[in-house]
Design a protein around this ligand. Structure first.
Ligand code: SF4
Ligand code: MG
Length: 325
């Protein structure tokens, strides 16, 4: 099976500038050597606390950010060096949904026009066809077609997210980056939007990257999960493996922070995390998690643990199973 998307040693560094001549005094390493593959039809969850680089990673996958180093390949093509024409085509294949769809919807435009916009901009439909397509898409996301005459402020949070999803679907994408699409919604509404995303995935054969700070929604929707911390991948495995056999101390802590009933975990000792996430402008040496890890030893402060494993990858000198026995 060929991956749809390959991320290879992706780095995104932002220069920190000081003084009147804007001298670069350092870099914020938002994404620091991240690699993973995404297969057609799967959902990859991308999890970590805010500032861990998951949004920057997501934006890099749809070329809203250009990598400082490394590559993003979509269907084998490096996004950084494809022609303008190919990029226009790719723009339709790659879409992103944001946490707050309201901020990306022009408040003075009717929903129907907002939805038709990308089709008309890419010259993919006549005005009449676009209108027909809007009706179809509204139905697909569970909104009555008369709603196209309304303005964004006339919708609830959940409805707006349905409109955000509808907008992403207008161009028939292959991959959708969902950047915390339910984090701002009530729990009851969250389930509806997650179910909608799942149904759409099946019907339209979509591939998702689902970004979240907690593991709750991610568990429900993801086939595999990538756990990030300070711009790096700590662990990557199937959702089942992450929940039943987490190997990285940070993953274990995330599991404890968002408790989900798990019979296998009942007698495991609670690991708690102390302190805040260090600044990505000045990440700890060695393992970036060592300042907060209850198992840190001398080697952790000196040597960067490499991400290793075949299907269950972990970057830790003392993966959990070794610690527990
Ligand atoms: Fe903790 Fe060391 Fe593993 Fe880092 S490498 S997570 S500090 S045990
Ligand atoms: Mg974010």
């Amino acid at each position: 099976r060929q991956p749809l998307l390959q991320v290879k040693n992706l780095k995104k560094y932002y220069p920190i500038r000081k003084g009147i001549i804007s001298r670069t005094v350092g870099y914020v390493k938002a994404v620091d050597d991240v690699s993973f593959d995404i297969y057609p039809g799967e959902t990859m969850g991308l999890v970590g606390e805010s500032g861990c680089g998951k949004s920057t990673t997501g934006r890099s996958l749809v070329r809203l950010e250009d990598p400082t180093e490394g590559q993003v390949l979509f269907q084998g093509k490096n996004l950084a060096n494809i022609s303008q024409r190919e990029m226009r085509k790719l723009r339709t294949d790659l879409q992103i949904i944001f946490q707050d769809p309201y901020s990306s919807l022009n408040p003075r435009k009717r929903i129907g026009d907002l939805l038709a916009e990308p089709l008309l901009a890419h010259k993919l439909a006549t005005k009449k066809d676009a209108d027909q397509k809007v009706n179809e898409i509204l139905e697909i996301v569970g909104l009555p077609k008369q709603y196209k005459n309304r303005y964004p402020h006339q919708f609830s949070g959940g409805q707006r997210q349905r409109i955000g999803i509808a907008r992403a679907l207008m161009l028939r994408p292959k991959l959708i980056i969902c950047d915390e699409p339910v984090s701002a919604l009530d729990v009851s509404i969250q389930a509806q939007v997650l179910n909608l995303l799942k149904d759409l995935q099946k019907e339209l054969n979509l591939t998702y990257v689902f970004i979240a700070h907690g593991l709750g929604a991610v568990k429900y929707i993801s086939d595999r999960i990538t756990v990030m911390y300070l711009g790096k991948v700590m662990e990557l495995a199937t959702t089942k493996e992450i929940f039943e056999h987490p190997k990285h101390p940070y993953t274990e802590i995330l599991l404890n922070a968002y408790p989900i009933p798990n019979p296998h975990q009942r007698d495991r000792e609670q690991i708690v995390v102390e302190g805040d996430v260090p600044s990505p402008a000045n990440p700890p040496k060695g393992c970036v998690f060592h300042t907060r890890c209850p198992f840190a030893k001398d080697v952790c402060r000196e040597k960067v643990p490499q991400l290793t494993g075949k299907d269950h990858l972990v970057a830790c000198h003392f993966p959990l199973e070794t610690v527990n026995v």
